[in-house]
Structures are given as C-alpha cells and as structure tokens.
Design a protein around this ligand. Structure first.
Ligand code: 5GP
Length: 204
C-alpha cells in the first residue's frame, strides 16, 4: 500500500517573508517536498516567469476556474485573486509525495477545513515594527497599499492559534531548518504512523 504524502501549508502575515523562506527551502538540494505553483490575477513582477513563480491568469479565467471547482482554495488579496490548483495537489499526495503550499491566511483556513490532517505552519515576524520596516523597504507598493497590508497583517497575527506550529522568521536559515525539522517530526507522529499500520493490517 502506498503511503499518501503530507500536505504542508506555510502561511503567515503579509511581509513576513513566506515567499523568501519558501524559495530558500526549494533551493536546497535535499528538499523532498513538491511546491504547488499558485494561480494569480496579479501582474508578473520583474523576473517572474509564468508557470514557475505563478500561473498568471486573467480575472475572467480565474473566475471560471472557481466556478469549475478547480481550486482547492482561493482568496482575494489586495485586489487580486490567488488560488491553489486542486488536481495537482490531490495527484501529488496520492503519488506519496509531500506537497508544500505557501499561501495567505484566508486560503490556509479553507485548506484546514478540507484537509484537517494537513500540517499547518505559521511563519511569524520577530516583531510588528520589523514587519512594518520590511513592508516599507520592499519599495514596490504605494503608501495606500502598504497601509492595507499592515492592517491586514495585524488581523492575521491573531490567527496564529489556528496553526499546528509557529516558526519565527528571525533568519531565513533558522526558519528553513525549523520547517524541515517539523515535517520530519510530523511524519513520525503516532497518529499518522498508527493509521498506516492499521491500514496495512486491516485492523481497527
Ligand atoms: P505576492 O503578490 O507578494 O506574490 O503574494 C501575496 C500573498 O499571496 C502572499 O501572502 C502569498 O503567500 C499569497 N499567495 C500566493 N499564492 C497563493 C495561493 O495560491 N492562495 C492564497 N490564498 N494565497 C496565496
């Protein structure tokens, strides 16, 4: 019997560095998770490649995918849609591989409802003031957008309790190391291992 993969969800407030940590994890040769590339209606930033960073979609196309039930979750975030293609996630988990989602918190909440068995990791900023600094320094957003993101972030931090683990993003290296360690530990969790044995032995 094939063991199903683990659905790993990395989420957290805007500007905390989810994307940077995710990219660092996937640049390490020993990483065994599969990254689920999201869809978005946001325009590509410089250097971003369609099908690598995101699948870039028009609003109408995205709304059609929603109607067709092709998204595991989706959210409208600062004026754009973001969502996770459901088929890729299900097929990859069935193939026994761990799937890694890096998504904002509304989406993570939806995934929790559909996959209560998933592993939910909240990436937390070292402090709120540092979060503000990081957002301001990004330099690609207008002041109004920054205010929007900040307000959203305050609410998001309150959501920490919905997660299985909190990893503080003090340094990228530490955060990556902790996330990988959590995944290893999660695979060894009694409930997961026992469930598999029971299936193999066909006992209750
Ligand atoms: P950005 O525009 O900076 O690439 O991403 C904005 C936010 O959208 C980030 O917090 C990122 O984690 C989140 N995001 C990226 N892909 C998805 C997705 O598929 N679903 C949801 N809900 N959020 C996503």
């Amino acid at each position: 019997m094939k063991k199903k993969g683990l659905l790993i969800v990395l989420s957290g407030p805007s500007g905390v560095g989810k994307g940077t940590v995710r990219k660092a994890i996937f640049s390490q040769p020993d990483t065994k998770f599969e990254y689920s590339i999201s869809m978005t209606t946001r325009k590509p930033r410089e250097g971003e490649i369609d099908g690598v960073d995101y699948f870039f979609k028009e609003r109408e196309e995205f709304e059609e995918l929603i109607r067709q039930g092709k998204l595991l979750e989706y959210a409208e975030y600062v004026g754009n849609y973001y969502g996770t293609p459901v088929d890729y996630v299900k097929e990859t988990l069935e193939a026994g591989k761990d799937v890694f989602l890096e998504i904002e918190v509304q989406g993570a909440r939806q995934v929790r409802e559909k996959f209560p068995d998933g592993l939910f990791i909240f990436l937390a900023p070292p402090s709120l003031s540092e979060l503000e600094l990081r957002i301001t320094q990004r330099g690609t957003e207008t002041a109004e957008r920054i205010r929007d993101r900040m307000e959203k972030a305050r609410k998001e931090i309150e959501m920490m309790n919905l997660y299985d683990y909190v990893v503080e993003n003090d340094t990228i290296e530490n955060a990556c190391e902790k996330i990988k360690a959590i995944v290893v530990a999660e695979h060894c969790r009694t409930t997961r291992v026992a469930k598999l044995y029971k299936k193999i032995l066909e006992v209750e």
